[in-house]
Design a protein around this ligand. Structure first.
Ligand SMILES: NC(=O)c1ccc[n+]([C@@H]2O[C@H](COP(=O)([O-])OP(=O)(O)OC[C@H]3O[C@@H](n4cnc5c(N)ncnc54)[C@H](O)[C@@H]3O)[C@@H](O)[C@H]2O)c1
Length: 369
């Protein structure tokens, strides 16, 4: 496709859409906001205002079907409650649009698989909102691990302690419900699960999990632990919770290898990084310098808004017919893993992945009752 400005329609103008607006505003040569769709007109107006010059000709809609039929957008950004992702993604792709689809791709294994299949059948790109893949240095580490620089991967580990109070869950009726959101694993931890699987360079083949409700008054879990057995025999450990202090968000991943180990994380907005070879020698500056060389100082800006990286990547993929860094397959695969984790918690035993019989977050409805 020739280089041109792509028309984007943003469906859902709530919290996360602010990050989309910032990215569209910054990339005003690549994208123009053609429309903002929300049942709340003021939210749509705010979205347009937040896009600055890139939103000058944008129209407001309250129905995504009408918006897609009228605008014929190149890209539909789906930032609606997760329970609406499937129907919107299907309609948009069948109407000819590419997607920037927020995580999780869908609320069931069947729906995620169907979205992936439609993207293949219609040759539409899907860039998933799996933001951690777009952080600086992470891509270089993925490349080196996959090339064997760190030797055999033995195991990996993540924790996501992303405290949210009841005020967060009360801010919208869909939050914390099995139908439209899921709990701490499905909403907050899916980014880190996706990242860990990508870095380890292998697929989950078995999940064993436990979930709990400790503090939050929601339908789904506010705490979950899972262990994944990977196809290459390595193991991955997952902790995800919103039952910690909202004043101290922290998340971290570690990948342990034969010839080194990698840890990166965030505590209250402050990043830390610890990359070592097998003798314990620190390699941080080598990777930071390599990132500077590869992407310039601007590439560190994606740490402040990873959605900027997603929009840049999606543009390149549409124009040059490439697969996004976080693709349709990755969206499907992470939902499959999450459904396997929930199924394992429900059955109280390990389950094989990928799931062969569909499982939906709705199958968890009676779990805590
Ligand atoms: N990638 C990330 O970093 C990230 C961060 C936060 C949220 N998310 C994901 O983004 C999605 C939205 O999350 P949020 O926190 O912005 O939610 P939100 O509730 O703040 O925003 C959702 C918006 O959708 C609108 N809406 C609801 N139903 C609609 C309908 N039928 N038609 C049109 N508009 C409708 C609401 O009025 C609201 O403005 C979720 O899937 C969430 O998991 C991703």
């Amino acid at each position: 496709m020739e280089d041109r400005t792509l028309k984007v329609l943003v469906c859902g103008c709530g919290r996360v859409s602010e990050k989309h607006a910032k990215a569209i505003k910054t990339l005003s040569s690549e994208y123009e906001l053609a429309g903002a769709c929300d049942v709340n007109e003021n939210a749509a107006k705010q979205m347009i205002a937040n896009c600055g010059k890139a939103g000058t000709t944008a129209k407001i809609f309250d129905d995504y079907k009408k918006a897609i039929d009228e605008l014929h957008p190149d890209v539909v950004s789906i930032t609606l409650p997760s329970g609406l992702h499937y129907e919107t993604a299907k309609y948009a792709m069948e109407a000819g649009a590419n997607l920037l689809l927020e995580k999780p791709m869908a609320m069931s294994e069947d729906e995620a698989r169907a979205i992936y299949d439609i993207s293949k059948k219609t040759s539409r790109k899907i860039a998933m909102g799996h933001i951690y893949r777009y952080l600086p240095v992470v891509g270089l580490l993925q490349h080196d691990i996959s090339k064997g620089v760190f030797g055999k991967v033995t195991h990996g580990s993540i924790y996501v302690r992303w405290g949210h109070g009841d005020d967060y869950y009360d801010s919208a009726a869909w939050r914390g419900t099995w139908k439209a959101d899921g709990g701490a694993l499905m909403n907050q931890t899916i980014h880190a699960i996706d990242l860990l699987v990508w870095l380890m360079g292998t697929e989950p083949v078995e999940a064993q999990a436990m979930i709990a409700q400790r503090l939050r008054h929601i339908e789904a879990e506010d705490l979950g632990y899972a262990i994944l057995r990977m196809e290459d025999g390595s193991l991955a450990h997952i902790e995800g919770t919103t039952a910690t202090s909202p004043a101290r968000h922290s998340a971290e991943f570690s990948v342990f290898c034969e010839k080194g180990q990698i840890t990166m994380g965030l505590v209250s907005g402050k990043a830390h990084i610890d990359i070592r070879d097998e003798r314990g020698k620190e390699l941080n500056s080598r990777y930071l310098t390599a990132q500077l060389k590869a992407g310039g100082i601007g590439s560190f800006k994606t740490a402040l808004n990873p959605h900027l990286g997603i929009y840049k990547d999606l543009y390149d993929c549409i124009i040059n017919d490439k697969e996004p860094i976080a693709s349709a397959y990755d969206g499907y695969s992470s939902v499959d893993t999450l459904m396997g984790i929930y199924k394992s918690a429900k059955l109280g035993k390990a389950v094989e992945l990928p799931l062969t019989e569909g499982f939906s977050s709705l199958d968890m409805t009676d779990y805590f009752v």
